[in-house]
Design a binder for this molecule. Structure first.
Ligand SMILES: *Cc1c(COP(=O)(O)O)cnc(C)c1O
Length: 397
């Protein structure tokens, strides 16, 4: 006779058959049992044919991976603990001592910090290129260039590059391309098949923290590929690094993912309305939003995203340089619905002031403005309420 404490642990639970419901079952495991030693020896964690250990995947993580691969038009996905971990997984999987990685000057900042602070310790060098100038990228590719990062739109300054041209430059030189696809989210354009041409990037890294989560409460990232060999290389590094994710967070993502299309379009509509309103304000020197005709790279946005007519919920404004940094800080502090905070993609609108002079390498591309830049992430509040909040804060300048 076993004791109740033991019986509790060895409860004769069997997962339900014939139980179909809107949400998939949630399976949590570090350990996965094998029926016998032969099964233990036969099972290979490198494929999805069987389960070996929680870190290598559960039915729940595999389901989210398949849905994300579907969203972005890839064939396989890997989950990692954050968007930044997705970037570092790509870098560690494909770069070795002596290699060089090229990063756009307007890339998500921590991608550059990873290169400076970590990759350099492994003998991997990096150079920044001007994403708005494919000739600059072509000139910087050398025999040592193994990986090129691309990002559309650019971080904070929102320039939209000629993505197909940047990828074509890399393809001609046989260099791998990795896209930070957080802005496009698999909705604004197809990362592996630009405009149905069959041409696209090799790898897509996505901060699921943003639109796929949509809640401002979960950190996660994905790395998606079409080519099985690239996925295999990523999978090996993923396993060796031990970058698993919590199944509770995967459950949250599975719950929010089906509404991503509706949420993304709503964020986009509201952001465009507010960006156009800012264009009419004389306090503002420039509005940076790729769907606005006056924004850098607008024609490239139209060429790549015209079919979807989507552009995310982000934009930045540059204040006229008659306003001091202190005045612009006061504007940000005066906002009530827009909260001060990093990240984006959730229901609450966010605002961050940036000193672009410090964020851009002046030798790569000269930043034309002297005024302070403020980046907005538009949430899901009523747009008229948001506009009233902005107007009131402008009055406090
Ligand atoms: C937020 C973000 C990341 C990083 O995501 P985390 O989950 O916060 O690490 C990477 N790239 C872009 C463009 C982002 O906006």
């Amino acid at each position: 006779m076993t004791k109740p404490s033991t019986d509790l642990i060895h409860h004769p639970y069997t997962p339900p058959a014939n139980f179909a419901a809107p949400q998939p079952g949630i399976y949590k495991a570090s350990t996965v049992f094998f029926a016998d030693v032969a099964a233990m020896r036969a099972r290979d964690w490198k494929t999805k044919a069987g389960y070996t250990y929680g870190l290598h995947g559960t039915p729940t993580t595999f389901t989210l991976e398949e849905r994300l691969a579907t969203l972005e038009g890839g064939s396989a996905a890997l989950l990692v603990p954050s968007g930044l971990a997705a970037i570092s997984l790509v870098s560690f999987a494909f770069l070795k001592a002596g290699d060089e990685v090229l990063i756009p000057d307007n890339a998500y900042g921590p991608n550059k910090a990873l290169a400076t602070g970590e990759l350099a310790n492994f003998g991997i060098t990096h150079r920044l290129y001007d994403a708005m100038n494919p000739a600059d990228l072509a000139a910087k590719i050398s025999d040592r260039t193994r990986l090129v990062w691309v990002e559309a739109a650019g971080s904070v300054t929102m320039e939209f590059p000629d993505l197909p041209e940047l990828v074509a430059v890399c393809r001609a030189r046989n260099v791998l391309t990795a896209l930070d696809n957080t802005w496009g989210a698999g909705l604004a354009f197809a990362p592996f098949d630009f405009n149905g041409t069959g041409q696209g990037v090799d790898i897509s890294a996505h901060a699921l923290t943003k639109y796929p989560s949509g809640g401002g409460d979960v950190l996660m990232g994905s790395v998606i590929t079409r080519d099985a060999r690239l996925h295999h290389a990523l999978k090996l590094t993923h396993m060796r690094m031990g970058w698993g994710v919590g199944v509770g967070d995967v459950e949250t993502l599975l719950r929010s993912l089906p509404s991503i299309g509706l949420r993304y379009a709503a964020h986009d509509r509201a952001a465009r309305e507010l960006a156009r309103w800012f264009e009419s304000r004389d306090e503002i020197a420039q509005v940076l939003h790729p769907a606005l005709e006056s924004s850098p790279g607008h024609e490239h946005w139209r060429a790549l995203c015209g079919a979807s007519d989507l552009a995310a919920g982000l934009f930045s404004v540059v204040f006229d340089d008659r306003y001091s940094t202190e005045q612009v800080d006061r504007f940000c502090d005066s906002l009530q619905l827009f909260r001060l905070g990093y990240s984006w993609g959730g229901p609450i609108s966010l605002v961050v002031p940036y000193d672009i002079g410090l964020m851009r390498d002046q030798s790569v591309a000269r930043w034309p403005h002297k005024g302070t830049l403020v980046r907005f992430s538009v949430g899901l509040e009523d747009v008229a309420d948001l506009q009233a909040d902005l107007a009131r804060a402008l009055g406090r300048l």
